[in-house]
Design a protein around this ligand. Structure first.
Ligand code: MN
Length: 247
């Protein structure tokens, strides 16, 4: 299996996992940078993640335009992905989601922060980007490169940025890592929201977060989750022959 084939297969599995774990629904998307060309990335055409198959994957440049005259309808918000890849060379995979659990933290002063061990990779601080700050009254959607770049600037070197009244965007070092981050983020938000009713909350320390981030994002303990989620999502057969599949 070539790196490209692996990346495309993983991207389909990532779409199915995110849908099955309720991170995305009709909307939301996931992309991966092209392994042999950092100036390009793969992202589905405009379909719901649960329905995405290998044939739906399109290739884009860092300006958000499709490669090679591909005239299929792309996602309106593909500029989110283009902006992040253009700004941060370390970003290998990106998720955009409208997960409801995180939205209260995008419209209030209460900061979203990691409170459970598996959410440590979201980092200590999650900035909130408000599209109105620079663009005034919009549909709240990120529909051009200027808006994508502005969002990417707010994300900067963080792992997650909340988008006011809209959702979140997450970036990570691999597809499996960005999927894990995106699955854990709403769970962490749900637990934080519950705990805040009781009063003061103890979050992960800076040192704990740093140690979580030093774990190998594609180590065998994380493959276990990928295999589990892929199987639940009905695409276990797509893992056949995968290079990360160990004993
Ligand atoms: Mn959106």
């Amino acid at each position: 299996m070539t790196d490209i084939e692996t990346a495309l297969g993983d991207l389909v599995v990532a779409n199915r996992i995110l849908a099955n774990e309720n991170v995305v629904d009709a909307y939301g998307h996931v992309s991966v940078r092209r392994p042999d060309d950092p100036e390009r990335f793969f992202l589905s055409c405009s379909r719901s993640p649960e329905l995405v198959s290998r044939e739906d994957i399109m290739e884009f440049g860092l300006d958000g335009e499709p490669s090679g005259g591909d005239d299929r309808t792309p996602y309106l918000e593909r500029f989110i992905h283009a902006g992040v890849y253009e700004r941060n060379p370390d970003a290998v995979a990106v998720v955009h989601s409208h997960a409801e659990e995180v939205l209260p933290y995008s419209i209030t002063e209460e900061p979203l922060r990691p409170v459970i061990h598996s959410a440590g990779l979201m980092g200590a601080r999650v900035p909130v980007w408000d599209i109105a700050d620079r663009f005034g009254d919009t549909t709240l959607l990120v529909i051009d490169m200027e808006q994508g770049r502005d969002l990417a600037g707010a994300l900067d070197e963080h792992r997650v940025v909340l988008m006011r009244g809209h959702g979140f965007t997450a970036a990570a070092r691999s597809l499996s890592e960005v999927v894990r981050l995106s699955v854990m983020l709403p769970r962490n938000a749900r637990i934080l929201t519950t705990a805040l009713r009781f009063g003061r909350v103890k979050e992960l320390s800076e040192g704990e977060i740093a140690r979580r981030l030093r774990m190998n994002p594609d180590g065998p303990e994380f493959w276990r989750a990928w295999e589990y989620w892929a199987t639940r999502a009905g695409c276990a057969e797509m893992l056949e022959g995968h290079p990360n599949r160990g004993g």
